[in-house]
Design a protein around this ligand. Structure first.
Ligand SMILES: Cc1ncc(COP(=O)(O)O)c(C=O)c1O
Length: 437
């Protein structure tokens, strides 16, 4: 049998067999056409089988598939490294290749730890703890889980964590300090600021998803949070890693979410949409400051880390084609969502007041919470699965996170499909859910 991800083995749900895909559409073996409203876990940012990416893959197969990346290189990887660095306008110096988002995070963590070891400064020898946030998610490997917030994904494995200190996640839709953007002084970072004042040298680094915590509930925050976090970490020489696995590559409306905050992190991680959902590839982008600590003849200063399939030439060619599409159409495609989502927010706010709350959108992300009284607001809340099944029956693939219903469509989705997604959501909310008592 196949053990599918996130599946309940003795559950009633049976996997759906997909035989083909094109644009935002998936086609099942039963002849059903499904709109992929979440870009297949946020990867197929240009829809499925974009002709440019398919052509790039085909072409690459005619010359080089893959070669061991230690001691060897090739043109698609060199070009991808150059092109991706250009998208950051010179903020980063080096690119480390891997094959999924969790690994890109592990690499950033290990580089940060070794950065201090290589520098060998006695004042840094006590740096052991990582800063993490309550609603964050950085992947399913042990290191990535250490940095994630408390959730069904991480709870069972907490004993395996490396040392972390957890701080409250920013949430500007539903501010825990009851502040508005005008009155906010980023109070959610006050506790950390106090800790850093007392003993900032205990921390190696901080990892955060910029502007949107994705898998732990599509929780939004303002650029002010990132700006204060950068200042606090910089003042204490703490390495700031921004996890752009979900938010990067135009999902939030810019190449990277950190650019909206006009800050410079020490590293960023990119994966998900990098190859347009065609092949596994991830990148960790690293600043000159960190690279410098590794420029050494001492063999002990090398970074002994390498994933077997990192830098696959075919995956790099797919990524190059995907970047080209983003360069040509990214900005324009994402700008289409702004007024569309504004209108939908207004409609849903008026029509479903009391049934949904916290309606929010940014770039190509639209999210809201279904108000209900069926238990905790978290991933296992059964309402998510109910809504998912009802939408699927109507030909729309969504995957609510507990009672958080969201869509993250391909950037080039047809307007008719967006209309269809929202009319299915409206029908579900109209028919299925009564106002709580
Ligand atoms: C923000 C973020 N970081 C890291 C990851 C892990 O990526 P992967 O599933 O490719 O390991 C995810 C996956 O959902 C993510 O959303």
């Amino acid at each position: 049998m196949i053990w599918h991800p996130m599946s309940i083995l003795a559950g009633q749900e049976k996997e759906i067999s997909i035989v083909s895909a094109k644009d935002e559409y998936l086609y099942t073996d039963q002849g059903q056409k499904i709109i992929d409203a979440i870009s297949s876990w946020w990867t197929c940012i240009h829809g499925h089988r974009h002709p440019k990416i398919m052509e790039a893959i085909r072409k690459q197969t005619e010359s080089l598939d893959h070669v061991i990346f230690a001691g060897f290189t090739h043109e698609p990887a060199e070009r991808l490294s150059d092109e991706i660095l250009k998208t950051t306008k010179g903020d980063f110096e080096a690119v480390f290749f891997s094959d999924n988002g969790s690994n890109a995070i592990e690499i950033a963590v290990k580089l940060a730890v070794q950065f201090f070891k290589n520098k060998n400064l006695s004042k840094d020898s006590q740096r052991k703890t990582w800063i993490r946030f309550t609603k964050s998610y950085h992947g399913d490997s042990i290191g990535a889980m250490s940095l994630g917030g408390q959730s069904v994904f991480t709870r069972i494995f907490r004993d395996l964590n490396f040392p972390t200190k957890e701080y409250i996640s920013p949430d500007c839709t539903n501010c825990p300090f009851a502040k508005s953007p005008d009155t906010c002084n980023v109070e959610c970072l006050d506790e950390m600021a106090e800790d850093l004042k007392k003993n900032g040298e205990q921390f190696v680094g901080a990892v955060v998803e910029p502007l949107v915590s994705g898998a732990n509930g599509m929780v939004f925050h303002d650029v002010k949070f990132l700006q204060r976090l950068r200042k606090l970490t910089q003042d204490k020489d703490i390495i700031l890693v921004l996890d752009e696995v979900f938010t990067g590559l135009y999902r939030t409306g810019e190449w990277y979410a950190y650019q909206k905050a006009e800050i410079k992190p020490d590293m960023i991680c990119i994966a998900k949409g990098l190859t347009g959902g065609t092949l596994p590839l991830a990148l960790t982008l690293i600043t000159e400051k960190i690279v410098d600590a590794f420029r050494s003849d001492d063999v002990n200063h090398a970074f002994y880390h390498g994933h077997t399939m990192a830098g696959s030439a075919i995956a790099c060619s797919a990524a190059l084609a995907s970047l080209e599409i983003l360069q040509e159409t990214g900005e324009e495609n994402i700008s289409r969502f702004v007024s569309y989502f504004q209108l939908k927010k207004k409609t849903f706010d008026e029509k479903f007041a009391g049934k949904v709350k916290n309606i929010r959108h940014l770039g190509a992300i639209f999210a809201m919470e279904v108000v209900q009284d069926l238990g905790p607001d978290e991933y296992l809340n059964p309402i998510g699965r109910k809504i998912r099944a009802k939408a699927l029956a109507e030909g729309v693939l969504i995957r609510p996170l507990g009672n958080t219903v969201y869509i993250t469509p391909p950037y080039n989705i047809h307007k008719a499909s967006l209309d269809q997604i929202f009319s299915v959501l409206e029908a579900i909310l109209e028919k299925e859910f009564t106002l709580p008592a």
